[in-house]
Write a protein that binds this ligand. Sequence first.
Ligand SMILES: Nc1ncnc2c1ncn2[C@@H]1O[C@H](COP(=O)(O)OP(=O)(O)OP(=O)(O)O)[C@@H](O)[C@H]1O
Ligand SMILES: [Mg+2]
Length: 316
Amino acid sequence: MLRGGARAMIVSDFVVQADGLCKRYGDACVVDRLSLRIPRGQFCGILGPNGAGKTTTLRMMVGHTRPNAGTLRVLGYPVPGRAREMRAAVGIVSQQDSLDLELTVLENLQIYGRYFGLSAAEVKRRIPRLLQYAALQDKARQRIAQLSGGMKRRLSIARALINRPQLLILDEPTTGLDPHIRQNIWQLLRQLQQDGLTLILTTHYMDEAERLCDRIVLMDHGRILADDTPRALIERHIESHVLEVHGADVANWQATLPDTEGVRSEPLGDSHFYYGDQLQPLVASLDDWPQLRYVLRPANLEDVFLRLTGRDLRDV
Ligand SMILES: Nc1ncnc2c1ncn2[C@@H]1O[C@H](COP(=O)(O)OP(=O)(O)OP(=O)(O)O)[C@@H](O)[C@H]1O
Ligand SMILES: [Mg+2]
């Protein structure tokens, strides 16, 4: 059982301080000399393809996976050495829900609260707020097995707040959720940041990362490829606009284009992506090709992700 909570916290400017962190499984180095500092109050997104090492990194941060090399401090505590004390002040939403399916919503919250050494009375005091966060007030007595996937995700996030953490770590919290629930969760996470929490999130939704995160750490093959604000990443790595053209005739249309200087293009199956600051002439020329579908849009984080990590499909 964990005791002490926030009282036992060691003061530090950085909530996470990782230096040269390595994790190997057999011959594979899945986290490779990763160094990262996350200041208090930051909302940090860790992005990367399947198998990039995101979950392994988060698991090391919470002391669930032991690094093979490097040093790590979370909330000032050396990890894994003092991980139990550190976890008293951390909320964890893991990639897979870990709720007890046979118990009710209420019972899951009660048991989790007791795990942190909170008294039954204190847990009881904290539960209404958590149910409100999860919008599950009228499901309190239902068994988890009777909840939808979205309700379970919401409860997992609310449950992670029971110890009033200073750091909240969320591994793909919104995967598979409908747009309303995602919006609700975004609102909740923003509110938590305003309340002073530090948040670390992994997601495969680039729009989510772009909306929520102050900072994006893009990983691949266990290493950091880029680390900056979403806007700076887009400005640095991608032209201002993207034209996506889809259809079997793309190559024929492209052959008719006069001067495409300053436009970078990349094929993807029978689609083509054109990156540039002046794409209007290309758009105008599409008038004569009604069989081609196209989208003209500002560059976004997904373009950065695709550019820096390559477009190949990964074996996970
Ligand atoms: N317990 C384990 N034993 C062996 N290999 C593992 C173990 N856990 C993870 N791996 C491997 O480590 C690599 C990184 O996995 P990890 O789960 O950290 O990736 P991820 O970035 O979270 O991917 P995803 O986006 O699919 O969740 C993968 O190649 C994975 O197969
Ligand atoms: Mg993962």
